[in-house]
Design a protein around this ligand. Structure first.
Ligand code: GLY
Length: 352
């Protein structure tokens, strides 16, 4: 069993974590166990959880999948479900799904009657290596991603790496964007592996473990993102803006699809502003363009993109803040970048 310890909860990574899982439920003696799923995880992942639960009774809450349903309306549905089932403060919510289920289920649990326990059981690569670790919870609001939310830790995270075998390739690649990000930021062994091995031949079990370990290290140093944790926003200033704008079109991008564009552009800005090595920028671009198709960004319009970046919750005093790289493994945060250089980075992406 690979276990990563945080100050408040454990992250178990294995293909069989029945022992700590059952031990946790037995110790806590919950008044009720609820499982939040969407149509996909209900079909592909719930059977495994049912086996783990054994004789523990559970009630399933099913919601519609997708980022467009990560809203207060869906929280309303979950809270109403709790009320209708006379749920008290001693219940448990198990979030079985990707980032949407984890963030929104966690938010709903942490705010219901001032908080019931929840545990994260991430089923996508994105949720396993990123969303389920670090206690960020929330929903999208008025078209702005995760603009309503809180920090609150789960009681545990159980990562079953083989769940990613249930994913479509597009979803897997989306999650891989965060693995690339962690590699650039300082997960050295991950970076070495992913830049030398063809995507199709990767051993995801070790990549998932390394990536979670890296993210957890950062989060433990700065749980509330007052400094160091901001490094995790690499690729996200431009990436989030693109993602939000794409959701107003008929070709919405998945999170990681937008983040890899952000990584290329912000890698270029790092090269121009901080002397990030051109050869590392080329390695990054080759890695990304070998896996992801190039997007036509002209449909979003630079003005709209800059406006969206201006609404980012990472900003302070109306300034758009970036995390950039001085070199591989040497990120710096709160970097101001001119509009001209942002525009230049988009041209770099287009022409690479
Ligand atoms: N996904 C970035 C963070 O958790 O801080």
């Amino acid at each position: 069993m690979n276990t990563i310890y945080t100050n408040t909860y454990n992250i178990y990574i294995d293909d069989d974590f029945s022992t700590p899982f059952q031990a946790l439920l037995s110790t806590k003696n919950y008044s009720g166990i609820f499982v939040l799923v969407d149509d996909n995880t209900k079909e592909h992942c719930l059977p495994l959880l049912e086996k783990l639960l054994g004789n523990f009774e559970k009630t399933i809450i099913t919601i519609r999948p997708g980022e467009e349903n990560k809203t207060l309306e869906t929280c309303d549905y979950i809270w109403s479900f709790f009320i209708d089932n006379k749920t008290d403060r001693h219940a448990l919510l198990i979030n079985l799904g990707g980032g949407v289920i984890g963030d929104m289920g966690g938010f709903s649990a942490a705010t219901y009657k001032r908080g019931i326990d929840f545990l994260q059981m991430p089923t996508t690569l994105l949720a396993q290596v990123d969303a389920s670790v670090g206690g960020k919870l929330g929903v999208n609001f008025q078209g702005i991603k995760n603009s309503i939310g809180i920090f609150h830790d789960p009681i545990a995270v159980f990562v079953y790496p083989d769940f990613i075998k249930t994913l479509e390739e597009r979803e897997l690649k989306s999650g891989f964007a965060e693995v690339i990000k962690h590699g650039l930021l300082g997960a050295d062994s991950t970076w070495k592996i992913i830049t030398k091995t063809d995507f199709k031949n990767l051993n995801f079990n070790s990549i998932i473990f390394d990536s979670i370990q890296y993210k957890n290290k950062i989060v433990q140093e700065d749980p509330r993102e007052s400094g160091k944790r901001k490094v995790l926003n690499l690729g996200h200033t431009i990436g989030h803006a693109l993602e939000s704008l794409s959701h107003k079109t008929d070709t919405p991008m998945l999170h990681g699809e937008a983040i890899v564009i952000g990584l290329v552009c912000e890698g270029f800005i790092s090269y121009r502003l901080l002397d990030f090595k051109k050869e590392d920028l080329d390695i990054l671009c080759n890695l990304i363009f070998n896996i992801y198709k190039k997007e036509d960004l002209s449909k979003y319009g630079t003005e709209n993109l800059l406006k969206k970046m201006g609404q980012d919750k990472k900003n302070r005093e109306q300034k758009i803040n970036f995390t950039l790289l001085r070199e591989l493994g040497q990120p710096v945060w709160d970097q101001e970048v001119t509009v001209e250089l942002i525009e230049e980075s988009l041209v770099f992406y287009k022409n690479y």
